[in-house]
Each structure stands twice: as structure tokens, then as C-alpha cells.
Design a protein around this ligand. Structure first.
Ligand SMILES: [Mg+2]
Length: 200
């Protein structure tokens, strides 16, 4: 299968990274100060706007390098033996630092994949790469991906509780992923068999 995987808040704890970056720079903030909209930062209360945060993704090696990964590495390694893995991220594609530091971060944490695409149009890339299943967290992206008709494995986050659809399967830990993917692979091959039977 072709598996699409988001980066921020799916394989890395980006919100914690934002808070820690501002703490390192002398601000007294915590996660409660993050004001979210559609699962993304609108404001870090009184300190940074959405624009400031977006600039961090384009300019700050310190910020990008220090984002802690979720315990996803082992699952990703095990998936890579049987599947094609494609990271699809909304991190800016035009900024060299964003691309380079994302690449370095993946290497540093032994996350080895077939491709990394930076895009502001995930559905477009999902179609182009013929992705069979997408692993995501975002209340903005998920409804757009659902409309493509592919299953979505949704990392359970406080801000995505309202997302609910028959093609969404929630998971709380990356340890669950290999089993969930196996289930989808089996289902896919059973459906293919059924199509063959009907065609006979
Ligand atoms: Mg995300």
C-alpha cells in the first residue's frame, strides 16, 4: 500500500515544540496559552500570532530541530518493509530552512521514508501519489481527505474530537498502527478478490 503520513502533531509533538521554543526564549508560557482554530495555532496568548508561528517554520533551525518525535519510529520502520511511505506536510515548501531542517530532523530520528512532499494542497498530492491510506491529525485536512474516499487513521488529539466519519479510524498510540494497516491491507485484498469473483 501507499501510505501517506502527516508530520506536525502526527509524528512530532509540534505544539509542545512551539511552547518549548518560547520558553527557551524567556517567555512564561504553557500549552493552555495556545489558542487553536481547526487544529492549528491562531495565537500564542499575548506573545505570538499565527503569522509569527508560521515564520518559525520558515526560519528557525532551533525550533524545527528541537521538536520531540512521538514514539512512531519503530512502527514506521516496520511499515517500510511492506509498504511505500510518503510524508505529506503543509510545512512551507519555498523556504530552504523548512525543507532542510525537516530532512535533517527525519534523519536524526531514523525516520526513513520513500518521499517527503511540502504542499499547501494535500488532496492534490494524495491523488498524485495514489495514496491508499492517510495518517493525519488535522481537523482542517481530514474532511478534505475524506472526500477522496480513502481511509484515514486519525491520531486522537484534544482538538480533533469532533471529527467523525465511517472512513476515519482513531488511534491513540503509534504502536497500534501496524495492526490497523494490516487490517486495511486484508480488507483491500478481500475487496479485490470480490471484484474478481463478480467479474467472472
Ligand atoms: Mg498535522
Amino acid at each position: 500500500m501507499n501510505i501517506g503520513i502527516d508530520i506536525d502533531n502526527t509524528i512530532g509533538d509540534t505544539f509542545r515544540g512551539i511552547i518549548e521554543y518560547y520558553v527557551r526564549n524567556g517567555h512564561d508560557v504553557n500549552k493552555e496559552d495556545l489558542i487553536l482554530e481547526e487544529g492549528w495555532v491562531k495565537e500564542l496568548k499575548g506573545i505570538a500570532t499565527e503569522k509569527d508561528i508560521n515564520i518559525l517554520f520558515q526560519t528557525s533551525k532551533d525550533f524545527l530541530d528541537n521538536i520531540a518525535p512521538y514514539p512512531a519510529t519503530r512502527a514506521i520502520l516496520s511499515l517500510s518493509r511492506h509498504h511505500h511511505l510518503h510524508l505529506i506536510t503543509a510545512r512551507p515548501k519555498s523556504a530552504d530552512i523548512s525543507r532542510r531542517e525537516t530532512y535533517n530532523w527525519l534523519k536524526k530520528h531514523n525516520i526513513i521514508v520513500d518521499s517527503v512532499t511540502h504542499t499547501d494542497n494535500k488532496p492534490d498530492i494524495i491523488k498524485k501519489l495514489e495514496i491508499d491510506v492517510m495518517i493525519e491529525d488535522s481537523p482542517y485536512e481530514v474532511p478534505r481527505i475524506v472526500s477522496l474516499g480513502i481511509p484515514i487513521l486519525l491520531l486522537d488529539q484534544p482538538y480533533n474530537q469532533e471529527l467523525n466519519h465511517e472512513s476515519i479510524t482513531r488511534f491513540t498510540h503509534w504502536l497500534e498502527i501496524p495492526t490497523l494497516i494490516k487490517r486495511l491491507t486484508t480488507k483491500q485484498s478481500q475487496e479485490a478478490l470480490l471484484v474478481q469473483e463478480v467479474a467472472k
